[in-house]
Ligand binder design. Structure first.
Ligand code: C2E
Ligand code: CA
Ligand code: CA
Length: 382
């Protein structure tokens, strides 16, 4: 879904009371006045970053007030469907609260007589709407711009061969430094991208860069890439990747796809996808292994090439003996299933030595190296 930017000249009407409500607005620049044309009352002056016009959108009734540009303004338009989709996915309590507050607020607006509670109610509505996820719209639109402007970076974290402690490959990870908010964790912006179709674009970006880097790295070095469920649903995704791999003359076995256990909701579908990847020659890793809820059936049904054991097991292995016991069992099981084993989050030599004894194949973590730029990867490998 795309966002539209609208510009209004100073004094220009943005909407009239009684108009149908087909979108809300976030102010990108300038000031907007919310007023009643009948009574000549000014309710509010809104500034950059603020949201207006959401009330009618939420309950589908005509605009109860009018809005005018006080200065030249730039607005980001948020369509009704985007809001109703968000609201329908939100917590039922938040949804109910929005409904109740809207009704109460409406009863105080023109035609119903205005109470003194207006401002505190407006604040409540604003905060509830924020909880409903509306504030994400701005970030979402900024993420889209960042993607288009090339501001989403890809960094690569070393993965070492455990027996020899030599570099074996890298995991590609996305980074976003927001112009105002600074570093935004991928946990936050990838989740946001996954809620929309932006993850397809982020994913394509990562694949393009990883494949480009692979063409400059020694033949034995591989790159792991995180794949989201939306990408699996995209029929053309594997074809696009394969085309890039072929165009760069890369052996598909050097590109490993990481999917998390929690993503597998439909075994049949996951199995089909896994088989398709393996037929092409892309190895598939079960990421964050051990933290999902799918149990052993997944291991029986899905023939992963690699199990990537979650950091939580490594972090706790000397704190709680039971974690080491589980690590031990995973190691035995992986050997019997002929599945490669990777440990994540290795931070010291003690952890490394223990995992080496347990027979782990690969390791990733600050002990081997932090995520780094392409330039640093090339320095490290040449
Ligand atoms: P993940 O796939 O489990 O990636 C490993 C995370 O652990 C990375 O966090 C990495 O920086 C961090 N890490 C690595 N070694 C250590 C260590 O020794 N100690 C500690 N404490 N942490 C370590 P990061 O980069 O913040 O990424 C978080 C998650 O965001 C990733 O978890 C992955 O699920 C997701 N992600 C990142 N980039 C992408 C992307 O391009 N596409 C998709 N779909 N997901 C991504
Ligand atoms: Ca991963
Ligand atoms: Ca992981």
């Amino acid at each position: 879904m795309t966002y539209h930017i609208q510009q209004f000249k100073q004094g220009e009407i943005i909407f009239h009371g009684g108009d149908s409500s087909d979108c809300a607005y976030i102010i990108e620049a300038g000031q907007v006045e919310i007023f009643s044309a009948n009574k000549g009352t000014i309710f509010d002056i809104l500034h950059e970053g603020e949201l207006f016009g959401e009330m009618g959108v939420l309950d589908q009734s005509p605009r109860s007030t009018s809005a005018r540009a006080v200065t030249p303004v730039t607005l980001l338009e948020v369509k009704t469907q985007q809001i109703t989709n968000r609201l329908s996915e939100s917590d039922p309590i938040v949804k109910a609260l929005v409904g109740v507050l809207l009704k109460r607020l409406r009863s105080m607006l023109p035609g119903h007589g205005l109470g003194t509670e207006k401002n505190s109610l407006l604040d409540q509505v604003a905060s509830v709407i924020e909880q409903a996820g509306l504030s994400k719209f701005k970030l979402e639109s900024e993420l889209r711009s960042a993607i288009n402007a090339g501001d989403i970076q890809t960094v690569f974290q070393p993965i070492n061969d455990i027996p020899s402690n030599e570099l074996a490959g890298f995991e590609a990870l996305s980074r976003w430094t927001h112009p105002h908010r600074g570093f935004i964790s991928p946990v936050e912006f990838i989740a946001l991208a996954e809620e929309t179709d932006l993850i397809i674009e982020v994913g394509d970006l990562v694949f393009t860069r990883a494949i480009d880097l692979l063409s400059k790295l020694p033949e034995h070095v591989f790159i792991n890439i995180n794949v989201s469920s939306k990408q699996l649903d995209d029929e053309q995704f594997l074809n696009r990747v394969l085309k890039k791999v072929k165009a760069n003359n890369i052996n598909p076995s050097r590109l490993k796809l990481e999917i998390t256990e929690t993503m597998v909701v439909d075994f049949k579908l996951a199995k089909k996808w896994l088989e398709k990847c393996q037929k092409i020659g892309f190895p598939v890793c079960a990421d964050d292994f051990g933290t999902g809820h799918s149990g052993m059936e997944q291991l029986v049904e899905l023939n992963f090439d690699v199990l990537k054991v979650d950091q939580v097991f490594i972090r706790n292995m000397f704190k709680n003996k039971r974690y080491q016991t589980i690590l031990n069992s995973i190691a035995t099981m992986a050997k019997d299933l002929e599945t490669k084993l990777v440990a994540e989050g290795i931070e010291n030599d003690q952890e490394y030595q223990t995992l080496k004894k347990l027979g782990f194949d690969y390791g990733q973590g600050y002990f081997f190296g932090k995520p780094m730029s392409v330039e640093d990867v090339l320095k490290l490998t040449n």
